[in-house]
Design a protein around this ligand. Structure first.
Ligand code: GTB
Length: 216
């Protein structure tokens, strides 16, 4: 049975690869597993049928036989555990790679998202100019810590792993920002992730969805 995931019928990021189906697509491309995509409108995401798969009415989801999963990082971890290529062979290395997955989505991503949300939704508020530097400094702190850990290494802990997949996906949200540019090693790390053939295939696939939706 072919794996089926869900994605936006027309992503609000206009095909920049920021919606979280990208992480799942990338993981599937890394391990070489074929997959199908069910495209959903915002309305379809709130129907009982989709809520039964994703209680919060979001994408992505993952279906394979009698398993249905939600939460992109849980899906990526499941893929990494089922197929070789995304987790080291030794138990300690696997545990550390999984720790980096959690670090990406629970330590790095919240501060990145909070800044992003403020820039989108709070610009008109009287306190925006006071709040933004606070949020940016929170991001700066995490980037400085991540940069210090990475140093001159290619990946976070030995070979590329699901931890890097998640961390690069988070840093993509800062692509082109001054904050990221302050750390050349992180910019290079992001570029290394984006240059992976599996990333390129996943990116092209999600972009093709947006391009087709825009043409139609
Ligand atoms: N924790 C969940 C996971 O990782 O799976 C979060 C899932 C999630 O946030 N899904 C979003 C969604 O379905 C799409 S990815 N939103 C619709 C809704 O909640 O009604 C988040 C996202 C959306 C848009 C952009 N963008 O435009 O740049 C970037 C990221």
């Amino acid at each position: 049975m072919t794996i089926t995931i869900t994605a936006f019928e027309k992503s609000p990021d206009r095909g920049r690869g920021l919606a979280r189906d990208m992480r799942v697509r990338w993981a599937l491309e890394e391990v070489g597993e074929p997959y199908e995509v069910r495209l959903l409108s915002f309305e379809a995401m709130k129907t009982p049928a989709h809520l039964a798969l994703q209680p919060f009415g979001q994408i992505p989801t993952y279906e394979d036989g009698d398993l249905a999963l939600f939460e992109s990082a849980a899906i990526v971890l499941h893929i990494a555990e089922c197929y070789p290529g995304l987790l080291p062979g030794d138990a300690n290395g696997r545990a550390r790679a999984i720790a980096w997955m959690f670090a990406a989505v629970t330590t790095m991503e919240p501060v990145v998202v909070e800044r992003e949300m403020a820039r989108i939704f709070e610009r008109g508020e009287s306190w925006y100019e006071l709040r933004l530097p606070i949020l940016e400094n929170r991001v700066r702190t995490r980037l400085r810590q991540l940069s210090a850990h990475l140093g001159e290494a290619d990946w976070l802990d030995g070979a590329f792993s699901a931890g890097d997949l998640e961390m690069v996906s988070v840093l993509l949200r800062l692509k082109g920002s001054d904050l990221l540019a302050e750390h050349p090693n992180l910019s290079a790390y992001l570029a290394r992730g984006e240059a992976r053939p599996a990333y390129q295939r996943a990116f092209a696939a999600q972009l093709a969805v947006f391009t087709a939706a825009s043409a139609g």
